[in-house]
Design a protein around this ligand. Structure first.
Ligand code: FAD
Length: 356
């Protein structure tokens, strides 16, 4: 189905971990399908050729807890937490191992209804399908809040997605905004060479040192942890004490101030009148789902959300969403969570194909 105007049962949009996990299950069910991926090489966010992340990026849980269905991620020799490049290699090998039918690079610009089917318009052709799975991730839509004074500030502003390493900030003053794992890891990285200030909107929650990121994805471990810490289950926003973050704590830089009220020309200012000068503001404020290509199907409600029944769109039952966050399945925006969700979504699609 590589040529334009092909017909198939299922088109999966996006060839990152969520798309591959969906493919794994579709192959097992012997469905006729294709995966269209905008990237030039395997891996989605982890794409090695694209290298769109900083050098020190590692998973927050060991390899065997970061696997897609069917085949466990091998460990990386000498490393407890795999590097991003190791993840990319695993995803490329996973694709080959199962012979997943990925076409790339194909960017999907729109999905529309046509003669009782869905039509997926891609940069190299058009596919007709009975079902469409959207698994386009969030990485392409970095989110920065429109904070007061943002356009006044004369220093540098950048987002997690722009960060490539600490070198260019050596000796500078950097304010890191955000209370999640990205903020903590980039703060740890930067604080080795720069003067850092950390601010977060809510009090930051740290996981115990001996517990790694797998609890964020594992309901059983979560319950056990809740019992131990007496504060309920861990949430994906909780900070995992990876080695670099522990070292930052030991250096005394891992303390977050409350969020500033506004940016000034030369720094940031709090409501109580205090101010701090800064050369750069690094917004570790997250990502939003990439959903523009679905607009022609009008799946959104008045609040701009896509109402779902499981993973299936309520307004367009032939459309399924995977990998965008908890609203598309528990921890579905992680490697393990995406795999789990994909299995459930494919079961429903296959049932429909058989009866429909
Ligand atoms: P992606 O990996 O983003 O893949 C989406 C794919 O869809 C891409 O290939 C993209 O090119 C393609 N695409 C997008 N739009 C289109 C279009 N219109 N047409 C065609 N193709 C399109 N997860 C973990 O499990 N453990 C971790 O430790 C971890 N650390 C992380 C650290 C950071 C800094 C970030 C940002 C994320 C981290 N994640 C981690 C989560 C990460 O998002 C997931 O591991 C995983 O990459 C999500 O898979 P996905 O397939 O949903 O999205």
């Amino acid at each position: 189905a590589a040529s334009a105007d092909a017909e198939t049962d299922v088109v999966v949009i996006g060839g990152g971990p969520a798309g591959l996990a969906t493919g794994y299950h579709l192959t097992r069910e012997q469905a006729d399908y294709v995966i269209l991926d905008g990237q030039g090489a395997p891996g989605g966010f982890w794409d090695r050729a694209w290298s769109n992340y900083w050098d020190s990026l590692r998973l927050i849980s060991p390899a065997e807890h970061s696997s897609l269905p069917g085949w466990r991620m091998p460990g990386e020799p000498g490393q407890e937490l795999p590097s991003a490049r190791h993840v990319a290699d695993y995803l490329a090998a996973y694709e080959r191992r199962y012979g997943l039918p990925v076409r790339r690079p194909v960017t999907v610009t729109g999905v529309r209804r046509a003669d009782g089917a869905l039509e997926v318009v891609g940069s190299t052709g058009t596919w007709r399908a009975r079902h469409v799975v959207s698994a386009t991730g969030t990485w392409r839509r970095p989110y920065t809040p429109d904070h007061p004074g943002r356009h006044l500030f004369e220093g540098r502003q950048l987002h997690t997605a722009d960060y490539r390493g600490p070198e260019e900030f050596a000796g500078r003053r950097v304010t890191v905004v955000g209370g999640g794992n990205s903020a903590a890891q980039l703060l740890a990285d930067l604080s080795e060479v720069a003067h850092t200030t950390w601010v977060a909107r809510r009090p930051v929650r740290f996981m115990p040192d001996d517990v790694d990121g797998r609890v964020l994805f594992d309901a059983d471990t979560q319950r056990a942890l809740g019992g131990r810490t007496g504060r309920g289950a861990a949430s994906p926003g909780d900070i995992v004490m990876v080695p670099s973050v522990r070292r930052a704590r030991d250096r005394g830089v891992l303390t977050a101030l409350p969020m500033f009220e506004r940016l000034t020309r030369t720094g940031v200012a709090w409501a109580d009148g205090s101010e701090r000068e800064t050369d750069a503001v690094l917004w570790c404020t997250g990502f939003r789902p990439v959903l523009d290509h679905l607009a022609p199907l009008e799946p959104f409600d008045a609040d701009g959300r896509i109402p779902l029944d499981g993973n299936r769109s309520v307004r367009e039952p032939r459309l399924h969403l995977i990998g965008y966050g908890d609203w598309t399945g528990a921890a579905s925006d992680t490697l393990v969570g995406a795999g789990r969700t994909a299995g459930a979504a494919v079961a429903r699609i296959v049932e429909d194909l058989r009866t429909g």
